[in-house]
Structure formats: C-alpha cells, structure tokens
Design a protein around this ligand. Structure first.
Ligand SMILES: *Cc1c(COP(=O)(O)O)cnc(C)c1O
Length: 397
C-alpha cells in the first residue's frame, strides 16, 4: 500500500525549504504597475515583465471591457470546435502583418505554444537542439516530443555545430530564446539562421522577451536582426509580457500554421482564450506600433541603470534588454538581499535553481516604460546600501 499522500510529500517540502529553494507567492492588491501594493504595503517594483507598461493602460482596459460587452466572457469552446471568434481572427491577422510572416496562430499561453509547436514538428527519429539556458517550457517540450533531445552550451555555435555533425536524425530542430529570460542577453540569431540553413535544420525562436521591446517597430528579435520568414521560419511570441495582455502566438508560413492547427495538441484540446482578451491585445498591439516613446524611454532607463550600477562596482550581465540581473550565487544570500530590499520598499524577486543553474541565484531586475528616472535612482541608492553591507559579509539571520 502506498504511503499517505501528505506523508510522502511533506519531507520533500522540508528539504526544499532547508535548501533555501522554497517558493512562496506574493498577493498583489493593485494592478501591475511600478508601484504595487502587497499586504497593504506599497513597494517600488522591478520584477514584472510588463516592459512597456501596457498591462494597466486605459485603452487596453477599455478594449477588454467593450469587447466583453459584445462577446461575453468565456469563448465557450476550443478554436476547432466553435470558440474561434472574429476578435481572435483579427488578432492573428494583425500579428502576422506585424511580424512580417504569412500567418500567425494564437495559443492560450506561451508554455502551450512551445509545447504545441515542438511536439507537432518533431518526434521519434528526429533531433531537437536547445540552448541550455532556454526557458523551461522549451526544455519540457523537447523532452516530451520523443525526438533525441540535446542541449548545447549557451550561445555556443561551435558546440551546436559539433552536435549537428554527429546527428543522423531525420528532422533537425534548433530552438533558442531570442532574449534569454533570466540573463537578458540575445541569441546570435543571424549566425544561428545561417548555421540552420547550412545544416538543413529548422530554426525556432521563442521571443517572449523580445516581442514589443526589440526592433524599430517593436516586433521583436526578428525585426532587430532583419531576419525573414525564410531565415527564421518558426517565430514564437508571448502576449503576457511587453504586450501587457495574455496568450501567445506562432508565426510563419501558411503550411506551418495549417500543420499546427492539425497536429499541435495544446492548440486543439483547450478552450480558446476569451475574445475580449484578444481584443485587449489588439489595442496593445496598436500602442506598441504607434507609441515608440515607450521603447525609447525604456532604453534610456536601462542605460541609466547600467551607468549607475557600473559606477557602484556592481557586476551586470551582457544585456541591453529590460532584464538586468545581478548574480549573487548563493541562494540564502540572494533571498536575504531581496528581503532587505523589500524592507526598504523595493520589490525584486530572488531567482533560484532550478529556474537558473545551481550557484547562479540572482536578483532579476526588470524595467518598464512606466518607471521614471527618479525611481531608477531610488533603486540604485537602496541597492548600493544593501549590497555593500551584504558584500562586506555582515552575517544575515
Ligand atoms: C514567459 C515565457 C514563456 C511562457 O509564456 P506564458 O505565456 O507565460 O506561458 C515562454 N518562453 C519564455 C522565454 C518566457 O519567458
């Protein structure tokens, strides 16, 4: 007879807690803005992925409300049954046009888009090559696909080529984050595209953190590097980050999209997102394309932070994206620093394994176009105090 459920699970929780890896949730009592309220206390937050400050934008809110009045709340069915509304369809067409692809297909979440695309494209007898710092959803999808799953060293084209040289797989799929979610650096996409073409492999890019932020018009990593559909045939983007809404999409050729509609199980067997969410995303797409000042201001904030941090001797990563992590290393120390920052009114999340490699615990600082220079200065001031105290090894606890 198997042990009681709770008796089996409890020691594992205790172990995780002892390793300083235990996760807890903060309950927000406010919208996602630079100033959030948690447990009745106001914090200056640098931890959301709402990079352009659109999650709480009046036009986006209004689009959601108006559409809900027209379409109701629930879509009522999956896309293939009867849940595909004109709002979803219009958003797909706008996403295709925006990314310069033939077509786009909406998914309910980015996790599902990655799972759906990878498992539809490769299986037994094939091989999937992933950067070792890829997002968990890409790694999970690669494992689930049944294809031979290989991870190559971060942004290391030689390591990837060596693995491609050895494979005898039928289909070869190379998958990377466009902007790496925990480091903030970019994949070398032009080189990867050339390497994929040379090796008869397909390139897929997860642009969760590039979409909205990179490129002159904000359409992401492909625009930033000028990569066509031919060079980058499988483009994934999420709508819950810079777009400030919810959901995700895959963009590419007519044949790719039709194949996903037929074979991507996380597309087929799930309820379509509420049409009003698609309508809200359409409003935010318009803002992404017209309000260039959001990207410009965001880039100025990032540059301002990096200058200030360098001046204080803080070690930053090679990132020009809104993700500006400070690696601390030790889990307990990272947690202690995050706690001290919170005591001083600054909310930054301590990111620990398995989200990042062991020994790579970090403060993941993210910026939004809604932040002001004064708020970045406030962050730098508090960070300077807390880090210098922590690094001079005053024992915590
Ligand atoms: C957030 C994220 C996802 C998942 O997207 P959701 O819409 O939140 O499910 C996928 N890939 C990357 C790189 C991400 O950062």
């Amino acid at each position: 007879m198997s042990a009681h459920l709770d008796q089996t699970l409890a020691p594992l929780l205790a172990e995780r807690r002892a390793a300083h890896l235990y996760r807890t949730r903060k309950t927000l009592q406010s919208p996602q803005t630079p100033e959030v309220i948690v447990d009745g206390k106001k914090y200056l937050a640098f931890c959301s992925n709402d990079y352009l400050g659109l999650a709480n934008h009046p036009e986006v809110i209004n689009a959601l409300a108006e559409s809900a009045k027209q379409f109701g709340v629930g879509s009522g069915a999956s896309h293939l049954v009867a849940g595909h509304s004109s709002e979803h369809h219009a958003l797909e067409e706008e996403l295709a046009a925006f990314t310069g692809r033939d077509r786009a297909l909406l998914f309910s979440t980015g996790y599902m888009a990655n799972m759906g695309a990878i498992t539809a494209l490769v299986g037994q007898g094939d091989a999937v090559f992933e950067d070792r710092l890829n997002h968990a959803s890409l790694l999970d999808a690669g494992l689930l696909s049944g294809a031979r799953f290989q991870r190559f060293l971060h942004n290391d084209l030689n390591n990837l080529q060596a693995r491609l040289d050895k494979t005898e797989a039928g289909r070869k799929l190379i998958v990377v984050d466009g902007v790496f979610s925990m480091d903030g650096d970019c994949a070398p996409l032009p080189e990867l595209a050339a390497l994929a073409q040379k090796n008869d492999a397909w390139l897929m890019v997860d642009d969760a953190h590039g979409f909205g932020c990179l490129g002159k018009n904000g359409s992401g990593s492909a625009e930033h590097f000028g990569l066509t559909q031919n060079q980058l045939p499988i483009l994934m983007g999420t709508l819950g980050k810079a777009a400030g809404s919810f959901g995700a999409f895959i963009a590419g050729s007519e044949t790719l999209i039709e194949s996903l509609i037929q074979f991507a199980r996380p597309y087929i067997y799930t309820t379509a997102m509420p049409p009003a969410v698609a309508a809200a995303t359409r409003a935010s797409l318009r803002l992404i394309q017209t309000e260039h000042w959001r990207r410009e201001h965001l880039n100025q904030l990032i540059a301002h932070f990096r200058r200030g941090a360098f001046a204080m001797g803080l070690q930053l990563m090679d990132s020009f994206s809104p993700i500006q992590p400070i690696v601390i290393g030790d889990e307990a120390k990272t947690l202690a620093i995050a706690e001290q920052l919170a005591e001083r009114g600054i909310l930054i999340v301590a990111i620990r394994p398995p989200t990042v490699p062991v020994g790579g615990s970090r403060l993941r600082i993210t910026f939004s176009a809604q932040h002001t220079f004064a708020q970045v200065d406030q962050l730098l001031g508090v960070l300077g105090d807390v880090m210098s105290r922590e690094m001079s090894d005053v024992p915590h606890d």
